[in-house]
Design a protein around this ligand. Structure first.
Ligand SMILES: C[S@@+](CC[C@H](N)C(=O)[O-])C[C@H]1O[C@@H](n2cnc3c(N)ncnc32)[C@H](O)[C@@H]1O
Length: 299
């Protein structure tokens, strides 16, 4: 794995540990609806994910479990995983407080150690990964293999992320017009070693643990990694809104989303559904693809 011998994991974990207390108080992570039994995901996810009742869901990089618990409240059985001890402690406490501990279990682990931490290969209907997860991971191909490892046949990955095209820009590099400026090239292969005290949930915050190591993963690489891991892409959507204020100039939109003030000149987010085919279907395609009598290779 790239960067394995380096400090990325420790730096990133310290940064995320510090953010937990901040986010527990932040408006964008408001827990009131969840506590009142009416938790909802954001409008993009609510429109795309489909019914979750009685589904087994693995929520990778679950932070302090707000979305995991919303899914549990909607009838799913959820396992949330995160490498921040403070996040997992908070998730367990909130689950107990609102009476969802039996539907939502929280596991402390790095994503790359998930197959050891959760010994349930092929056990999940949905792997759920959203918003600001992939940029913390050095090896997207290994990540895709781990997702495929956990899915049942017929199960699917739901991924919703900041669009890498937008992540090329940042307010910290703003020009005289105040527009977000060029921050990192789209095809930058090296880790981005940052020293950024800002937090997206609270502009007043100045993080002490401000050093992080992050990666830009081009859309084509993410999709290809999933296909190579054996998943089938069902759809891929690009969005002109995103559930955090990615740039200062974005305006509040519907249900906690932020959008461009005028023309949506760049996508801000993407989401996709990628399914793990059943082995019967794979065998059928292999046979059809190899059999010269059929006369046409499978697509
Ligand atoms: C922006 S948050 C994701 C928010 C999430 N969508 C949610 O439900 O609130 C990123 C999360 O990734 C976690 N994380 C970062 N790198 C990780 C890693 N290598 N393994 C496990 N968790 C990681 C952080 O602790 C943090 O909780």
């Amino acid at each position: 794995m790239p960067e394995q011998s380096e400090d990325w994991r420790n730096l990133n974990r310290l940064n995320w540990d510090e953010r937990v207390a901040i986010h527990l108080d932040a408006d964008i992570y408001d827990l009131t609806p969840l506590r009142e039994g009416r938790g909802r995901l954001n409008p993009i996810e609510e429109a795309e994910l489909g019914p979750v009742s009685s589904k087994r869901i693995l929520h990778l990089q679950c932070h302090f479990g707000r979305d995991s618990l919303i899914l549990a409240q909607q009838g799913a059985e959820v396992v949330g995983l995160d490498f921040s001890e403070r996040a997992i402690d908070a998730a367990r406490k909130i689950a107990a407080e609102i009476g969802l501990s039996s539907q939502a279990r929280f596991v402390l682990s790095d994503v790359y150690d998930a197959p050891i931490a959760i010994e349930e290969p092929g056990a999940f209907d949905i792997v759920f990964v959203t918003w600001g997860a992939l940029c913390w991971l050095p090896d997207i191909r290994r990540w895709a293999e781990i997702v495929a490892h956990f899915l049942k046949e017929g199960g699917f990955l739901y991924l919703a992320e900041g669009h890498p095209t937008a992540l090329v820009f940042d307010d910290a590099a703003a020009g005289p017009d105040g527009k977000p400026g060029r921050f990192a090239p789209y095809f930058h292969r090296e880790p981005l070693r940052m020293n950024d005290p800002r937090d997206y949930a609270d502009p007043a915050v100045h993080l002490k643990n401000s050093r992080t190591v992050e990666w830009i993963h081009p859309l084509g690489e993410v999709v290809t990694a999933m296909l190579d891991a054996g998943l089938r892409l069902r759809w891929l959507h690009e969005h002109d809104r995103v559930p955090w204020r990615m740039f200062a100039e974005l305006e509040d939109s519907d249900g906690g989303l932020y959008r461009w003030p005028a023309e949506p000149w760049l996508p801000l987010a993407y989401s996709l559904r990628a399914e793990k085919p059943s082995s019967d279907l794979v065998r059928h395609h292999q046979v059809v693809g190899r059999d010269p009598r059929v006369g046409r290779a499978c697509r």
